[in-house]
Design a protein around this ligand. Structure first.
Ligand SMILES: Cc1ncc(COP(=O)(O)O)c(C=O)c1O
Length: 495
């Protein structure tokens, strides 16, 4: 074998090309510089604006045509530093609280780098990265209190994790072989149920699954924006009477608007009584299960048939990584597994072992597990649990600051780490109040002060702060309140 390899190494006389550098030492020096810059970038994040608008020349930079000839890597990096690194979305900044993001971490970034260097494809095969992927899925099961016999898969994020769970639910409850015959063969139309606060990705899932948006019934919520269990029970009965087949209930552990957590124990009981699949969208709140002071809020999640959770939110993994867990491993595999002749496994060697593409839609799969694995190993899961408790305590702290400030009012009391509030001004209502609060939000962003988003809760437009951020400190929230009040007065005085 050695002789064969040597012969192969000396045989080449033609000038064959490669993407590898001509001079590895050059690349090494530049790479050290890039890592140094990256460390500085993160260390000094607090000193920079949360977000800033890109000047015209930066926008023009992105209109440049396809490069045809080479350029030194140092120059390429210089362009990235000037035009990309300087204009981030801002979600790693301590005062970024828009929508719902994680704030990433350096170890996770190293993990992504090493994953790319190793370059493994986790669609299948017998190699260490594939084992680590399964190990991270096992760790997610442990965090959720799921049995080891359950299965799961790492995907791009929460939307895909929900699609995985809902696809298994559809196939398990369809009453026909959907894979073979399609949804048209289902004799009674399926019905899925979620609250009127359910995330928009479920609508996309219903459409993609061929069931249609109307197959997802939005059940009204109570005053705390949690699904109304009695209304759900009635809707299921009414659907059965009308000839539909109730198939699945989606409980939300942490709604995107306000962080409301459905009564998961009651939903588990109802699903069992009605023989429905019980899926939990835990993209925001499933990981509260590891937070010692707050885990009681998601009690019942361990009874789900499937869970979607999002390590790129409260585990702060760099984008992207979501995770779908399915209690019945064979139902999961039976939903997706296909073995074409060119992907058959072998008893030994590279193609032996579990083929991970059998648990989802992708064939090629990236090595997402490493960034999650390294950060969990470095910090331990208990630290992540404490950081979740910290963010929830910060949410309540901000709620108290707003209650104490006469010019602001809460639109919904904070439940976990999401705070909905608005600037109030006597005499301003409806659209004018919305315009005022929108202007405050834009000035906060454009001033690089803080990133908050907005939504509508109980019919009232409001600003929304989602503290999913391990860098946020209470003085950042003090500053937000001060600046919101200042900007509110400024807008009223100088519209
Ligand atoms: C409750 C809920 N479900 C699903 C999603 C979608 O997750 P992702 O953005 O990771 O696809 C989100 C996103 O914030 C969410 O809040």
């Amino acid at each position: 074998m050695d002789a064969m390899l040597k012969a192969a190494g000396t045989a080449g006389t033609i000038a064959e090309e490669t993407l590898d550098p001509f001079d590895w030492a050059d690349v090494q020096a530049l790479s050290h510089r890039i890592v140094d810059d990256a460390v500085d970038y993160l260390r000094d994040i607090r000193e920079r604006p949360v977000w800033q608008e890109m000047p015209a020349e930066v926008r023009e930079f992105f209109a440049a045509p396809l490069p045809r000839s080479p350029q030194p890597l140092a120059q390429v990096y210089g362009e990235v530093a000037r035009n990309v690194m300087a204009y981030p979305m801002g979600n790693i900044h301590p005062r970024f609280w828009s929508w719902y993001m994680g704030s990433s971490n350096f170890t996770g970034a190293l993990g992504d780098f090493l994953a790319a260097i190793q370059g493994s494809n986790l669609g299948g095969g017998n190699h260490a990265a594939a084992l680590m992927d399964s190990q991270v899925v096992d760790w997610c099961k442990q965090m959720m209190g799921f049995p080891q016999s359950a299965s799961g898969t790492l995907v791009s994020g929460g939307s895909m994790a929900n699609i995985i769970g809902l696809t298994v639910a559809r196939n398990a409850r369809a009453g026909v072989d959907v894979r073979e015959h399609g949804v048209a063969a289902i004799d009674q139309p399926l019905r899925f149920y979620g609250s009127d606060q359910v995330h928009s990705c479920h609508r996309k899932a219903m459409e993609a699954l061929g069931l249609g948006n109307r197959a997802l019934r939005r059940i009204p919520t109570d005053a705390g924006l949690r699904i109304d269990i009695d209304a759900l029970r009635s809707a299921i009965a009414a659907d059965r009477n009308a000839g539909f087949r109730p198939a699945c209930v989606i409980g939300t552990a942490g709604t995107v608007n306000t962080g409301a957590i459905d009564d998961l124990q009651a939903l588990a009981r109802l699903a069992a009584q009605e023989d429905l699949w019980f899926h939990v969208d835990g993209c925001i709140g499933a990981l509260i299960a590891i937070a010692p002071e707050n885990s009681h809020r998601v009690a019942g999640i361990e009874q789900a048939d499937s869970i979607a959770l999002d390590p790129h939110k409260w585990l702060h993994a760099p984008f992207e990584v979501g995770c779908a867990l399915v209690r019945d491993a064979s139902a999961h595999r039976n939903t997706f597994a296909v073995t074409p002749e060119y992907l058959e496994s072998t008893p030994r060697g590279l193609a032996s072992g579990q083929w991970l593409h059998d648990f989802g839609l992708q064939t090629s799969r990236g090595f997402r597990a490493l960034k999650v694995w390294m950060a969990l190993k470095q910090h331990g899961v208990e630290k992540f649990g404490r950081l979740i408790d910290q963010n929830i305590a910060q949410g309540h702290y901000l709620g108290a600051l707003i209650e104490a400030e006469p010019l602001l009012e809460l639109v919904a009391p904070p439940r976990i780490n999401i705070v909905c509030f608005r600037y109030r001004s006597d005499g301003l209502t409806g659209e004018r109040q919305k315009a005022l609060n929108t202007e405050i939000m834009l000035r906060l962003q454009e001033g690089g002060i803080a990133a908050v988003s907005d939504t509508t809760v109980h019919g009232q437009h409001c600003l929304r702060v989602a503290i999913n951020n391990h860098r946020t400190r209470r003085d950042d929230l003090d500053l937000l309140v001060r600046e919101t009040v200042r900007l509110g007065q400024e807008v009223l005085n100088f519209p």
